[in-house]
Design a protein around this ligand. Structure first.
Ligand code: ZN
Length: 312
């Protein structure tokens, strides 16, 4: 099948990607005891605001401290404190999170959160391990799934959603959108949405779309996306999906990935949107995530879903 062979070609092409972007160093932080967390957090935010300093990491540990069995409702309650509290961090309204948008928005991502995102899954060997690790550290993530993979492993997509993660669109077969026809682009998006609705229910409404390779159209990339009448991207716009780029792409896709290197990228991920891959043979991603999540916990950095911070 034409699309399928293109998919395998894309898998190979994934190894030649964009160089990692700069990332800021994570701040160290103190852990708080259970009862003090929220109170101290809001105080810390206010104090820091008054002092004109950056957000403190303190208190965000509420969502991921000690007790790994903490139910999701507690996570959401903690998150309300993080995102909704007056004088603290509020949701950021955006149209798109493209490369250029993020140049400006990056400074607004609080230093005590990170957004872990996983592309190209679900994979029956890798994704369940990632889900268990995220649970162990009580962190949330966004999965940019491939429709073709989702169709093969619907139970993993359902489980990801059930455990509180966000599901987003990454096309059916991972083509370079610049290389296919408008009709093929339409199919890639339309089918992805259809597959996910069939798995997660008709009410499922995806918010974010990440283009394979971050590539949208020759030369003009995101400008094309913004122009609603543009031939190249009108199929994507039909579903009113927000473009979702990243600020750090981890080295988990390179030819000889180093677990320590990827773990460092994760643990330096505060204030960033990170890309990892829960696809075929990504055992090094799992190993790095275990180390990275532990370090993020020590720093009091919480991983949140893209829609926890950004609103369209
Ligand atoms: Zn991808």
């Amino acid at each position: 099948m034409k699309l399928l062979s293109r998919y395998y070609a894309s898998l190979i092409a994934v190894f030649m990607l964009i160089s990692p972007l700069a990332f800021s160093a994570a701040e160290s932080s103190q852990r708080l005891d259970d009862r003090g967390a929220i109170k101290d957090f809001t105080q810390a935010i206010r104090l820091n605001r008054q002092d004109g300093e950056s957000y403190s990491n303190r208190g965000l540990g509420y969502a991921n401290q000690g007790n790994y069995q903490q139910p999701i409702s507690d996570y959401n309650r903690g998150l309300a404190q993080i995102l909704g509290e007056k004088n603290s961090i509020v949701k950021i309204k955006v149209e798109n999170l493209g490369y250029e948008d993020l140049q400006n928005l990056k400074a607004k991502i609080p230093q005590n959160v990170t957004m872990l995102t996983f592309d190209d899954g679900p994979n029956p060997e890798i994704t369940p391990k990632i889900l268990d690790l995220l649970d162990k550290y009580n962190q949330k993530a966004t999965f940019f799934v491939l429709g073709a993979q989702a169709r093969e492993h619907p139970e993993i997509v359902r489980e990801s959603k059930r455990r509180g993660h966000e599901i987003a669109i990454h096309t059916m077969t991972h083509p370079d959108l610049r290389q296919i026809t408008p009709e093929e682009r339409r199919q890639e998006i339309q089918q992805s949405v259809k597959v996910l609705k069939s798995i997660l229910g008709e009410n499922f409404k995806p918010v974010w779309f990440r283009a394979p390779y971050g590539a949208l159209s020759p030369g003009i990339r995101e400008q094309a996306y913004r122009s609603r009448n543009n031939e190249i991207t009108k199929e994507i716009n039909e579903y009113n999906l927000g473009l979702a780029h990243w600020t750090i792409i981890t080295d988990d896709y390179v030819r000889n990935p180093k677990v320590s290197e990827i773990a460092n990228q994760i643990s330096n991920g505060s204030g960033n949107i990170l890309v990892m891959h829960d696809s075929w043979k990504k055992n090094h991603t799992v190993a790095a995530l275990e180390i990275g999540l532990k370090r993020l916990e020590e720093q009091g950095v919480t991983s949140i879903r893209m829609s926890d911070l950004f609103e369209r």
